[in-house]
Design a protein around this ligand. Sequence first.
Ligand code: FAD
Ligand code: MLT
Ligand code: ZN
Length: 558
Amino acid sequence: MAASSRVAASLRRAALSSRPSPCIRNIRPALQVRWKTEATTSASTESVGQLDAKGGLDGPAPAKSIKFTSDSYPNIQRESKFAKLSEKHVQYFQELLGSDSAVLDGVTKDATEDIEPFNADWMRKFRGHAQLVLKPSTKEEVSAILKYCNDNMLAVVPQGGNTGLVGGSVPVFDEIVLNLQKMNNIRSFDEVSGILVADAGVILEVADNYLAERQHIFPLDLGAKGSCQIGGNVSTNAGGLRLLRYGSLHGSVLGIEAVLPDGTIVEDLSLLRKNNTGYDIKQLFIGSEGTIGIITGISIQCPRRSPAVNVAYFGLESYEQAQKAFVAAKAYLGEILSAFEMMDGRTQKILKKVAGTKLPLEGDYPFYCLVETSGSNTDHDSEKLQNFLEHVMESEIVADGVLAESQTQVAELWACRERITECLGHWGGVYKYDLSIPIAQMYDLVEDIRERLTKDGLLGDTDDHPVVDVVGYGHMGDANLHLNVPVRRFDKTVEKALEPYLYEWTSKRNGSISAEHGLGLSKKPYVGYSKSETMIKLIKQIKNLYDPNGILNPYKYI
Ligand code: FAD
Ligand code: MLT
Ligand code: ZN
């Protein structure tokens, strides 16, 4: 089919679906359907568990085949200042926490099977040797645990849903895992102000479903929502799919309740949007990745849920065109634009191959974009969307496109973006990079790395090549590229070809080596590419001030 007729045909499809029809009238008043999943809205249900090896959201990860971090990174040595766990320590925690389910004890007995899911990370790249997992139910219990650990020099890894992508959520050696999954109550919600107060261990999707019933949304959404916890989200300062619209958690989190390593409980669950009374200490906890304290509760400003949601998915002939589409989206959609995501053609082929997903468009394109609008007035949004669609189609910015006509289609289009992450690990592993790069240069890095790995003979179709592909996708609206290298096995030669090369590349363009996933273990050695000596010194001062014994999440972050 000629390009122009393809465009015309697509425009008809799009135009049809944005015209008020009985079908659309049914759809538009519905709440944002993408959040309606099987997760319960009950705030008191325990965590649904870790993601499995393929990224599924049900069931613990079989971890035995994962290499220990201590073997993969022999340069990291256990710090001798930390005590080894003994029967006496376990007895203290059992007396404190009472129930069997709150203490997984692998010190006095064999509990390997139970503990493995807490030792292995989602990417199956990092695996620790923890022998003890603690699951407190109250901030007082968290306080008593930390005080005891601090007094006895026992290292602790705070853990939420264990969906982090930088190796921060699992131990390296025998650190105790302190998992927040039992702290999962919604404490209050004020329908006038839209302020939610909840325990740190509430699953993101549970919080969002709770808010949906009250016509509000959690101002963060990401693919791991069914497993990650809001405390984990705040600790990583997660960005996600709608940062473009709702901004960073540094803006929406109003207060935190946290426990310091010495057991001090910090009560700062402010319900105020404005509070200019001294240093804003809570900001230090947002993005601190469990290094200065354990977050036990948060208060957060939640926006009103938009009744009119539209999602479009476009095929584009070049990255240049994707940039033009973004400019047009901002110009034509303005305040109703709620997401602008980019996926390269390779990610969509992988999705089709690994997940068996039927792609929304018939042709193959080198680039795809997903555009979402959320507004309060269906007619107003339809008119804006119509003008946008006409513009991008008539000016041939986009080559083909579809607009969701039903709630099911909204979910299907989003799946083309959200399910990429889980598919990339299919061959054995994936090297994941999460970079801030000026939008104009974002995709250059993907091409550069592909060329580099091909030239080095590392990328190929056969088993003797470790690298399967080099792909790019991400939150284009936030200038956040996810460069991913799916591999048949984790391989030091590949790692050396990638690092520090791509961090240098990013730094030269004044980018950031971590846009949203954080530092954890993976990025710790490279923070100097994004932070000056002075900034690193200040960060270390803060760490030492809050955690002078260094018991919280050692070997990571800085
Ligand atoms: P964990 O993984 O358990 O922990 C993460 C870090 O926070 C660790 O350092 C841990 O020690 C610390 N921590 C956890 N809870 C606490 C607490 N209560 N107090 C103190 N420290 C704590 N990230 C994005 O930014 N944007 C995305 O779009 C995105 N999409 C994802 C999609 C998938 C499929 C997956 C698997 C991950 C994705 N992530 C994304 C990664 C993201 O960081 C996590 O999903 C999430 O924010 C981490 O929450 P968690 O509860 O799983 O924390
Ligand atoms: C995403 O945007 O999908 C997440 O950050 C996870 C990933 O990088 O794959
Ligand atoms: Zn992301």
